[in-house]
Design a protein around this ligand. Structure first.
Ligand code: URA
Length: 248
């Protein structure tokens, strides 16, 4: 595996700047494989060596995988001039890995958002080639009917740019004169896609929550704005190593 400098490894894991890590090592509280580290530039394989700081074992990892229940009013970006971002909601110990959102949800869309610093997995999940399922619960301002279901199944043509969407699954949960509740499954991730699909049917999305992504279900225990790390099983599902119904 990759050989790295001790100070770089610890700094990347959030133990401070390189300078601060150097001071830690100098104060003799850092051990590598049971031996006090003499120098912060010592080389080691962080996946093999056991590092401890103040007697506490350092949990080494390169990648971080988070599931967030994105709240309303927060943008899916790492930086924004005006608005709070999903990355602003992370604790320092997670932010230190520099995770970024996998795809985007609109500022007013809530629900399942993944964040990671694993570029390969991100690519696999957002590439149109892999047709990853995204499932949304939506509230619509008008009654949704079987004609809409058929139109989604045929592929909606968006009004503004004429793009013909891939077939999507629309399930009606409740439909009244005052509005409807639906579940929509799409395999693409065009800008404002669900809203624009309903717009093409003369209807407006008034509430949108993503409930599934790539076979993962939004953890109902997470309040809006909360997040947690993915389990190993969830990661396998995302990587396509395990079918979702095998475990989840
Ligand atoms: N479709 C939308 O219109 N908005 C989202 O945030 C996600 C899908």
């Amino acid at each position: 595996m990759a050989i790295e400098r001790l100070d770089k490894v610890l700094a990347n894991l959030g133990y401070g700047t390189r300078k601060e890590v150097k001071a830690l090592v100098k104060s003799k509280v850092v051990e590598v494989d049971g031996v006090v580290a003499k120098s912060s530039d010592m080389k080691l394989d962080p996946e093999v060596s056991v590092i401890t700081v103040d007697g506490e074992e350092v949990r080494y990892r390169k990648y971080i995988y988070l599931m967030m229940n994105k709240p309303d009013g927060v943008v899916s970006a790492t930086y924004d001039k005006f608005d709070e971002t999903v990355v602003d909601l992370l604790y320092d110990e997670d932010a230190v890995f520099s995770p970024f959102p996998v795809g985007r949800l609109d500022k007013d869309t809530v629900g399942l958002l993944l964040l990671t610093n694993d570029g390969d997995l991100n690519h696999r999940l957002i590439s149109p080639k892999y047709k990853v399922d995204k499932v949304y619960y939506a509230e619509i301002d008008k009654p949704v009917d079987e004609k809409d279901v058929a139109a989604f199944e045929r592929g909606i043509t968006l009004q503004d740019d004429g793009y013909k969407c891939l077939p999507a699954k629309l399930e009606i949960l409740k439909a009244t004169e005052d509005g409807s509740e639906v579940k929509v499954t799409i395999v693409e991730g065009k800008f404002h896609q669900v809203k624009r699909m309903f717009e093409a049917r003369g209807k407006k999305v008034v509430y949108l929550r993503r409930i599934e992504f790539g076979g993962l279900h939004l953890d109902e225990e997470l309040e809006e704005g909360e997040y947690r790390e993915l389990t190993d099983e969830e990661l396998k599902v995302l990587r396509g190593e395990k079918l979702q119904n095998e475990s989840l």
